[in-house]
Ligand binder design. Structure first.
Ligand SMILES: [Zn+2]
Length: 435
């Protein structure tokens, strides 16, 4: 229980540093973690693009060369409006078996469990038989990672180069057909945001017939998206996820999804988004003046794409819904093209996670999934193509259906028993992987 107490205390201290990003202001929190890890025997450094927003890299070298395992996390959070909270979001208050505060789940809770577990190993004199244990705590994850993981991977790759990453993204259990499955994030969808445009002819708004209103042309185009999304896609990581749920090979993706949703309708939003290109129009712009009929209207569409699929696939899916651009009254221009990535499931690291889960819970298994958003893991997969990166922060008091509504929301909190559970996981993982 000493480890759980240490992790709980560390989490309270972390929550009391306000690291709402922007502006982040991560330095004081990073200095505190730096001091803890250094005391436990880690070689530590703070590095970053600016002095106020450093990243922490802590390293425990083994007796011989070998694989590098990285515990990855971020210490910044999204904002919190105290008026909407039951407790002060920066209090770290313990109430009813939970520790409350902004970041308790996303993701200071995991920072605290990883750092407390690593410190306990270091203080006890453990060193990897081969390889290295790295603890990397980034800044700026919530606002795009420009100063955080992206900066590290692009500017000082040798300092963070690793073979295995355990990061955020999943880990909470769900009950599915009477069996407990721990979610495991193996990948993240890509982002292919684009701009749709329609053209018309400007004119004085007092005489509607004098122009050709591009905004009304856009209404026709957008109506084709109302209530419709592209068909489901078959891709390896998605199929593995469905197979973990159905327990058998997937022949037809739509049929497999329907079967899963028949057993657990609460998976609908996630599964239906995970298994296809998704299109969400979010911003519209037309005339700059109330009395001018717009000659041009643009809409920004947030588009998320399964790992490995690129712009050609997106164009095909969009055309299926909107018709070909040349003859259907619109143009399409990409503003962001990030191909999603994933790590395979048949790895030694996954074997160690599965082992841990079975030790706790002999009947339990893993449920791999692909996130619809993305985490710092994708910077590591991109920079180090051989690196296996998973999102795994095991929790079982709170299920994934309990945690998701609290992330980036009021009254974010973590169960004290889950802090104990997860810190034990990180404490056992490094010796089982590195010897
Ligand atoms: Zn996060």
């Amino acid at each position: 229980m000493a480890l759980a107490h240490e992790a709980t205390d560390l989490l309270q201290r972390l929550i009391r540093f306000n690291t709402v990003n922007p502006p982040g202001n991560e330095r004081p929190a990073q200095e505190m973690l730096h001091a803890e890890l250094e005391r436990a025997g880690f070689e530590c450094e703070l590095v970053g693009a600016t002095g106020e927003r450093p990243n922490l890299i802590a390293r425990l070298r083994g007796h011989e060369d070998g694989p590098k395992l990285c515990y990855l996390s971020h210490v910044d959070t999204v904002l919190a409006d105290p008026a909407e909270w039951t407790v002060d979001p920066w209090s770290g208050e313990i109430r009813d078996g939970y520790l409350w505060g902004r970041g308790a789940l996303d993701m200071k809770g995991q920072v605290a469990c990883e750092v407390a577990a690593a410190c306990a190993l270091g203080r006890a004199g453990w060193r990897p038989a081969r390889g290295e244990l790295l603890v990397v705590v980034t800044c700026d994850e919530e606002a795009g990672a420009t100063y955080g993981a992206q900066w590290l991977c692009e500017n000082v790759p040798d300092k963070v180069r690793c073979d295995m990453v355990v990061n955020e993204g999943a880990g909470e259990a769900i009950e599915f057909r009477g069996r407990r499955l721990y979610t495991l994030c193996v990948g993240e969808k890509g982002v292919f945001r684009f701009r749709l445009a329609t053209e018309g002819r400007a004119g004085h708004a007092s005489m509607p017939g004098i122009g050709d209103n591009a905004l009304l042309r856009m209404v026709e185009v957008l109506a084709r998206l109302d209530g419709r999304q592209p068909p489901l896609d078959s891709y390896p990581a998605g199929v593995e996820s469905l197979e973990a749920l159905t327990g058998e090979p997937v022949v037809d993706v739509s049929e497999a999804v329907a079967r899963v949703l028949g057993a657990e309708p609460r998976l609908r939003d996630h599964l239906e988004s995970m298994m296809r290109v998704t299109l969400s129009p979010t911003m519209i712009r037309a005339s700059e003046k109330e009395n001018v009929i717009p000659s041009r209207c643009t809409v920004r569409v947030d588009c998320r794409v399964p790992p490995g699929m690129g712009d050609e696939h997106v164009r095909t899916r969009v055309q299926d819904l909107l018709g070909p651009a040349e003859t259907s009254g619109y143009t399409l221009e990409f503003s962001e093209e990030i191909v999603g990535n994933s790590s395979p499931l048949d790895t030694q690291l996954a074997g160690h996670l599965r082992e841990f889960v079975r030790r706790q819970d002999p009947e339990a298994g893993l449920m791999p999934l692909v996130l619809t958003g993305f985490t710092d893991s994708h910077w590591f997969r991109k920079a180090f193509p051989e690196c296996v990166a998973y999102g795994f922060f095991p929790q079982r008091v709170m299920s994934r259906f309990d945690t998701l509504p609290l992330i980036h929301a009021p009254d974010e909190r973590i169960a004290l028993d889950d802090i104990e559970f997860a810190s034990r996981f990180f404490n056992e993982l490094a010796p089982s992987v590195l010897g």
